[in-house]
Ligand binder design. Structure first.
Ligand code: SAH
Ligand code: SF4
Ligand code: F3S
Length: 466
């Protein structure tokens, strides 16, 4: 090991990439790499990329232009910088990346991060290298765990990947190709990781996976455990106060998971359940394998189990063949479900996916117009949901200092950011906050005990404006 070197990792795309980036940093720490927040002083730069839409992939190339300039400037000072591209663009484009951006020294696919220490040495010594095989061994078995200091530096909430890959093959989506087949991590591994996090002070765990509710990891009894069973096990652990999971597919919303929303107080009343479209014709063309009525039924059963559940979704507008009537059905669904928020995207044809081959692509102007209408509908829904929280007392896990002095920010059970004036010593604790005001994306309030001294305490309602 030579002296301390600096590592800059930048994540694009989903939370799986954020998680992987951290595990890469953990794995490189014993190799003498300390993380830096600025690429200018880094010896190793890793861009952990996303291929989900064309714009996401384009971002990588503009970022690589910047890295080339940094690398040239460092070379003038006699310093070598290694640039690596990881993640889904690496997996999808492989050596094409080095052809387009010769500044890149290493391309490492999404399943090969455990080989990083060796790949970095080889790329530094022998020149550009590409590793995008899907290996038989599980990368998570070989990636280092974070130190207690690293966990504390990352805050009181943490992601844990429990499931990876996807077998659903929605016709618009690259994930089954960039992340490979669906796999679940064994229960004991997940439990050990959560124990470590909780012992270092993490209070909220979000289990993540491209299709997290398809989780079926091997349990200590040798049988596959469902996500509900895993959540129940984790909810019983000391220090784990809050649990969430994301992202889920409507088809895998099993009865025991719905019941967990009723039975596990640690499981937060919030769920991201993407539907993509409200039209059966488009859902079929997307190969989602459920109808709009199936989705409404899942929502109804969830709300029966947990009436105040905050639901969010993803929507795609302008999938090939989408008519005004199809789009109107999507707007209708948004009106009925009373979402707490949603992400919406214009359909982006991705190379190698069936959707990109369909002749009837929707033109750009129509996509833009639909996106705008959709976003207005979502904003209305989100505002109504947030308004329903004003006057209520919600438990908030405080995560970090706010933008202004004397302010701290946390999350409500529904995942809304909540800002209050309170001492920073409350960060890492959970306290009741009486919500007094709302903005489009966040809530404002005061500690319930303070608020009760000023006014009479507002009674909590069961529903959240839904
Ligand atoms: N596994 C998750 C989401 C994966 S990608 C699920 O099944 O829902 C996150 C979101 O990106 C998707 O929900 C979808 O709305 C959007 N997306 C995926 N591919 C896209 C494409 N080709 N064009 C536009 N949006 C896309
Ligand atoms: Fe993509 Fe569909 Fe799999 Fe989600 S379920 S990752 S949208 S293929
Ligand atoms: Fe993007 Fe890959 Fe995640 S394509 S959304 S980084 S799984």
């Amino acid at each position: 090991m030579t002296g301390l070197r600096k590592l800059f990792v930048k994540s694009f795309g989903c939370q799986m990439n954020v998680y992987d980036s951290r595990r890469m940093a953990d794995t490189l720490a014993p190799e003498g790499y300390a993380e830096t927040a600025t690429p200018e002083d880094a010896d190793l730069i890793i861009l952990n990329t996303c291929h989900i839409r064309e714009k996401a992939a384009d971002k990588v190339y503009s970022e690589l232009g910047r890295m080339r300039r940094l690398k040239e400037a460092a070379a003038e000072d006699g310093r070598d910088v290694l640039v690596a591209v990881a993640g889904c663009v690496a997996q999808a484009e492989g050596d094409e990346i080095i052809r387009r951006a010769p500044t890149v020294d290493l391309v490492v696919g999404s399943q090969n991060y455990h080989r990083l220490p060796e790949l970095i040495v080889r790329a530094g010594r022998d020149g550009p290298l590409v590793d995008t095989e899907f290996p038989v061994d599980d990368k998570f078995d070989h990636l280092a765990a974070p130190s207690a200091t690293a966990i504390r530096a990352r805050g009181v909430t943490a992601f844990v990947t429990v499931q990876e890959g996807c077998d659903k093959f929605c016709s618009f989506c690259v994930v089954p190709y960039t992340r490979g087949a669906e796999t679940s991590r064994p229960v004991v591994k997940v439990v050990a990781e959560v124990e470590r996090l909780a012992a270092a002070g993490v209070r909220e765990i979000t289990l993540i996976g491209q299709n997290v509710n398809a989780y079926h990891g091997t349990g200590p009894d040798g049988r596959p455990w469902s996500l509900a069973r895993l959540l129940e096990r984790l909810a019983a652990m000391r220090g784990v106060e809050r649990l969430r999971y994301t992202t889920s597919h409507p088809l895998d919303m099993a009865d025991d998971l719905i019941a967990a929303h009723r039975d596990l107080p640690a499981l937060m009343p919030q769920l991201h359940l993407p539907v993509q479209s409200g039209s059966d014709r488009i859902l079929a063309a997307m190969n989602r394998r459920h109808s709009c009525a199936d989705y409404r039924d899942v929502v109804a059963r969830l709300r029966k189990a947990r009436p105040d559940l905050a639901l969010t979704s993803d929507f795609i507008v302008g999938f090939p063949g989408e008519t005004d009537a199809d789009f109107a059905e999507t707007l209708g669904l948004i009106g009925d479900v009373a979402y707490a928020g949603a992400f919406s995207f214009k359909y982006s044809p991705r190379p190698g996916t069936p959707g990109a081959e369909i002749a009837e692509q929707v033109n750009e102007a129509v996509k833009s117009d639909r996106l705008q209408q959709l976003q207005q509908a979502i904003d209305r829904s989100q505002t109504a949901f947030n308004r329903g929280c004003v006057g209520r007392t919600l438990s908030v896990l405080f995560e970090r200092p706010g933008r202004h002095r004397g302010q701290i920010v946390g999350r409500s059970p529904y995942l809304q950011p909540v800002q209050i004036d309170a001492p920073a010593s409350l960060i890492g604790t959970i306290a009741d906050v009486t919500v007094t005001e709302m903005a489009s994306n966040s809530l404002f309030g005061a500690l319930a005990q303070d608020a009760s001294q000023q006014t009479s305490r507002v009674p909590a309602h069961a529903g959240a404006g839904a």
